[in-house]
Ligand binder design. Structure first.
Ligand SMILES: Cc1cc2nc3c(=O)[nH]c(=O)nc-3n(C[C@H](O)[C@H](O)[C@H](O)COP(=O)(O)O)c2cc1C
Length: 333
């Protein structure tokens, strides 16, 4: 069976504000209507889910300043996607709504509680895209001087989801009796502390609400490194991956299948979706012409792209003319 997801790659943010057809977006970018319309279209088209990107910082990787990011609306402003989830759930019937949650910055209790609440509000259609975040500037918004080292972030994330899983399971089935005759709403014997004491987290529990209809909301992941893929293979229900061609996609899927087996999971227990960017036209020629015009527009408006690359690559490209720079541009244009 084919599975389809839509990745809202800029998150709850400003999208095409320089383009004529975006109307008032520049002034009204927090208006949720466009996300609702998108979700409804995806619902009609029987997509499995919509996944909304997120991050919690104003970058300054380019020129050591936030100037370019703010001037071009690159990764900022960005609103929290979580409150969009029930709005989109309310406006759709079958679409899964996945929003990004950073394991490094969300205390597991709050993460478990929020995801369970969203699962109730969407009647069992919520998911969380678990990321570890990669930027020191983001870490500094949460009390750290520097972010933890890459693989340690995944080690922590693994314990994080372990705690969250325990919290979601801390209300046993049938815990809510709502028995007016007996005067019992919930059965104390079926709501138990988790008493988690690990290397990175301590949490008593139980959660102060039962898990939602799914029990465990869908867990999405997008790790590319061995540690990221291993984390995904252990904990995720779906992965979205960036690859350049069919060969890379096959290799990625084989690697995940092998890693799933290492964790005692079946290949089909995790759906791997590969990102593509589609240009539409009435004819192939029209689509090709649109793609050409888009590439020209991108090439003549380079600073936003360099600022974005500086952020993702954690390397200031404002003055560099290295081969590395050209390598990056040819990969991403
Ligand atoms: C399609 C896709 C979506 C992603 N969405 C986010 C996101 O919303 N927030 C974020 O901080 N990182 C996001 N990432 C980054 C990944 O979580 C991950 O850190 C990255 O792919 C590098 O892999 P690694 O962490 O295993 O090194 C995304 C990556 C991909 C490929």
């Amino acid at each position: 069976m084919m599975h389809l997801g839509w990745f809202v790659g800029r998150g709850f943010s400003v999208h095409g504000w320089k383009q004529d057809w975006w109307g008032d977006e520049a002034l009204d970018w927090t208006n949720p209507d466009i996300y609702v319309a998108l979700a409804q279209a995806l619902d009609r088209a029987c997509f499995d889910y919509m996944m909304i990107e997120d991050g919690s910082l104003v970058p300054d990787a380019y020129e050591g300043s936030s100037r370019a990011y703010l001037q071009h609306a690159v990764t900022v402003p960005k609103a929290d996607p979580m409150p969009l989830v029930p709005l989109l759930g309310q406006a759709t019937k079958g679409l899964g709504i996945i929003a990004t949650m950073t394991t490094a910055f969300y205390p597991p209790y709050l993460g478990a509680r929020l995801a369970a609440t969203l699962d109730h509000l969407t009647r069992g259609r919520a998911g969380i895209n678990l990321v570890t975040a990669h930027n020191d500037r983001a870490a500094q918004n949460f009390g750290l001087d520097r972010h933890h080292e890459h693989d340690k972030r995944y080690e922590m994330a693994s314990e994080w989801i372990e705690v969250v899983d325990k919290l979601w399971a801390s209300w046993q089935p049938g815990a809510i009796r709502a028995d007016r005759g007996a005067g019992v709403f919930a059965d104390n014997s079926k709501v138990r502390p988790i008493d988690h004491e690990g290397a990175h987290y301590r949490c008593r529990g139980p959660l102060n609400l039962p898990a939602g209809p799914q029990g465990r909301p869908v867990v999405c992941q997008a790790g590319g490194s061995p540690a990221g893929r291993s984390f995904a293979a252990r904990h995720a229900d779906t992965i979205i991956a960036l690859v350049r061609d069919v060969g890379e996609a096959k290799a990625y899927r084989s690697d995940i299948t092998a890693k799933l087996a290492e964790w005692g999971r079946q290949p089909d227990s995790c759906k791997v979706l590969f990102c593509i960017s589609v240009v539409l036209g009435e004819t192939v020629a029209e689509a090709a012409e649109r793609k050409r015009r888009r590439q020209v527009a991108l090439a003549t408006d380079l600073e936003p792209r360099l600022a974005a690359l500086s952020f993702f690559g954690a390397r200031d490209l404002s003055s560099s003319n290295s081969n590395w720079l050209f390598g990056c541009i040819s990969l991403t244009v």
